[in-house]
Design a protein around this ligand. Structure first.
Ligand SMILES: [Zn+2]
Ligand SMILES: [Zn+2]
Length: 345
């Protein structure tokens, strides 16, 4: 039986499982509107998750066919995975920020071989050792990995425009662009009085941007065709501060559980990142490649027990931190090094 939580004022959350993932589940939110229920995120594309989503809606006296629209916080598969299936069954529209729609489009069109080349090039530039690159080259020449995750993700049909109210009958839901975790992540501010009278200005569907007990992954935005030097960690910290200033009464995140003190949680996360950046500066008293920095950073387990794919994510996170430090003028690239090393200044 799907766990359904009633949050009051025509808002519910359904726990939709994410198979084989320590996060456990996505909280899919149901928002009642005058034209029918709208979902905020949909959950992982898997038969068990699909059936839980159906059961959860059933417990509210609804069917998937009743869904009027789907609002996506960001393109990740635990949020956007079932959107296509919901649209097929209901004719609902799907809305997403343009920057994440661009990621979905690019992934759908990308050729696995080209992607493997890009990944190998990027990891080599970050200082990955030959034994880490060899499996990528072998997959490339052996023609393995014919598909990429996200290849079948649904293309949205509406754009979420930052700062604007979404077109929802009878509700005030405003899009707040919160890049960082992904380039087009949005939070959605329900600008209505809290149903239980909690002090503050409405409620916030926060996706993965603001979670009560987890700090979301911040890596580099992956775009083989874009040479812009982005600063995702800087984007994330800026968007955190903006969210803290909204003064919402309650946060409805996409994982874990709802919580009241948004500003307090924002402060904790800002402090956490400040500590982490300071810790990395201490490591960078010796010049290091991003790979070497990742090896020395603190993770949830020792580096030699981090699986292959997670190491790629960890290196991307190390690079995002280096970008921030360079941008702040607290670290710099050492000229003439290849792969490039960075040092604290
Ligand atoms: Zn995510
Ligand atoms: Zn997520």
């Amino acid at each position: 039986m799907t766990q359904v939580t009633e949050h009051g004022g025509g808002v519910w959350s359904l726990r939709v499982p994410i198979p084989d993932n320590p996060l456990g589940h996505t909280l899919v939110h149901v928002l009642d509107t005058d034209r029918g229920p709208v979902l905020v995120d949909t959950g992982w594309d898997d038969p068990a998750s699909w059936s839980e989503l159906n059961d959860g809606l059933g417990a509210l006296g609804l069917g998937v066919g009743d869904v009027h629209g789907v609002v996506i916080t960001h393109h990740h598969p635990d949020h956007h995975g079932l959107s296509g299936r919901v649209r097929e069954e209901s004719g609902a529209w799907i809305a997403m920020h343009a920057a994440d729609t661009a990621v979905v489009r690019r992934t759908r069109e990308s050729d696995p071989g080209t992607w493997l080349d890009y990944l190998a090039r990027k990891l080599a530039a970050a200082g990955a050792p030959e034994e880490h690159l060899a499996p990528l080259r072998a997959a490339r020449s052996g023609g393995r990995m014919r598909t990429l995750p996200g290849l079948g993700a649904a293309l949205p049909d509406r754009e979420i425009v930052p700062g604007e109210l979404l077109d929802l009958a009878g509700r005030r839901l405003r899009a707040v662009w919160t890049p960082g975790h992904t380039p087009g992540h949005v939070c959605l501010h329900l600008e209505e009085q809290h149903p239980a009278g909690l002090p503050g200005h409405g409620r916030l569907f926060s996706g993965d941007h603001l979670l009560p007990g987890i700090s979301p992954h911040i890596g580099l935005y992956e775009d083989p065709d874009d040479a812009t030097v982005t600063d995702p960690l800087g984007d994330y910290l800026d968007s955190l501060e903006r969210i803290g200033r909204l003064g919402v009464a309650e946060v409805l995140p996409a994982h874990q559980h709802a919580f009241p003190d948004a500003a307090g949680r924002v402060r904790e996360l800002l402090d956490h990142h400040e500590d982490r950046l300071t810790g990395l500066l201490a490591l960078l008293t010796t010049p290091l490649t991003p790979w070497q920095l990742a090896e020395r950073m603190e993770w949830n387990r020792p580096w030699d027990r981090i699986p292959y794919g997670s190491r790629n994510i960890a290196v991307s996170e190390a690079e995002a931190h280096i970008r921030r430090l360079v941008k702040l003028g607290r670290a710099e690239a050492v000229t003439g090094t290849e792969p490039v090393t960075y040092v604290a200044v």
